[in-house]
Design a protein. Structure first.
Length: 328
């Protein structure tokens, strides 16, 4: 049977039209699904090679149908599933991204880093999600993707990602409620709702609430946009401009912000980022970009806990005291 199919595939690939290839693809796929439960890995690989030749040039509708068929088959052809998962069309990629167990973690991380929100949303629904994948989903995903990740109890979240979500939850009541339900959140986030309700505890819970006093004139969206600009500038090594923007938001001398960015002591930067409402992820990205930074997991945990234990009110008070010395 498989030899006959291989001959048909070869003819379809060399001289057959699109309609002929679609018919052969349906025939091979039907044969595979009918026998999948009793096939050994070598036999699956034979189907893999055949289906891949037919599926790659197929139009999106046929590929989407194939993706839906293969997504729930435990021993689906791995190369075909991988090819479908990398497709830029969400209709093709999302079924296997959400449901197929045949995609390796390295590919999941890569796809999460390169595709759009529909692809990320499908990844967020997977029954098994490790920290490498959820880190990227939370960093790149929009509010809907983040909520899906947090609501997925089988998704593992790193301590860093919990910190990022805690920052975001201050302006997203739905995310806050979902995060509260996570039994695996770190101990210092056990009273997350109380902390985010504290007017000095960080970013406001919704865009309609006032922003911190040090950032009057800036909305939540303004601060989030400025944070992205600052991170991009720091990634290019432009500390001067990043410091200028941060100083303007915090209403402090630029020289003081420059000192915080350049200091080997992380404390001034923690105070400054908490004052302006920048998040843990941005802080960590900058610390990691500093030359000769080689921190152990325990040291990172200490910085993480210090940052989240620090309220915006305490940070502003300290920053203002130091700023007075610069202005004298």
């Amino acid at each position: 049977m498989i030899e006959s199919l291989l001959a048909d595939v070869e003819r379809a690939a060399t001289s057959g039209g699109a309609q002929s290839r679609r018919a052969i693809l349906r025939r091979v796929t039907h044969l595979f699904t009918a026998q999948a439960s009793v096939l050994g890995e070598a036999q699956v690989q034979a189907f893999d090679d055949v289906i891949l030749v037919l599926a790659r040039p197929a139009e999106s509708a046929s590929r989407a149908a194939l993706s839906n068929i293969l997504a729930d088959i435990p021993n689906a052809p791995a190369k075909v599933v991988r090819d479908l998962a990398y497709d830029a069309a969400a209709s093709v990629a999302c079924p296997v991204l959400a449901r197929s167990a045949r995609i390796v973690e390295d590919d999941l991380v890569t796809i999460a880093g390169m595709r759009g929100q529909e692809h990320l949303g499908a990844l967020a629904r997977r029954s098994v999600l490790n920290e490498r994948v959820t880190d990227v989903l939370v960093q790149r995903g929009g509010p809907a993707v983040r909520r899906t990740v947090v609501a997925n109890n089988r998704a593992k979240l790193s301590e860093t990602t919990f910190g990022t979500l805690a920052d975001l939850a201050a302006a997203d009541a739905d995310l806050l409620e979902m995060l509260e339900e996570r039994a695996d959140k770190p101990n210092h986030l056990r009273h997350l709702r109380r902390a985010t309700a504290d007017p000095g505890g960080g970013r406001p819970k919704s865009p309609g609430m006032p922003v911190p006093a040090s950032a009057q004139g800036y909305t939540v969206a303004d601060i989030e946009q400025q944070e992205k600009v600052v991170v991009a500038l720091l990634a290019r090594g432009n500390i001067q401009q990043a410091a200028l923007i941060t100083a303007r938001i915090a209403d402090i001398p630029t020289e003081m912000a420059l000192g915080a960015f350049r200091s080997s002591d992380h404390a001034p930067l923690l105070l400054l980022f908490r004052t302006v409402g920048f998040g843990w992820t941005s802080l960590r990205l900058f610390i990691e970009a500093k030359p000769e930074v080689d921190m152990t997991p325990e040291e990172w945990r200490g910085v993480f806990e210090t940052y989240h234990a620090l309220t915006a009110r305490e940070a502003r008070r300290t920053v203002r005291l130091v700023a007075r010395r610069f202005r004298v």
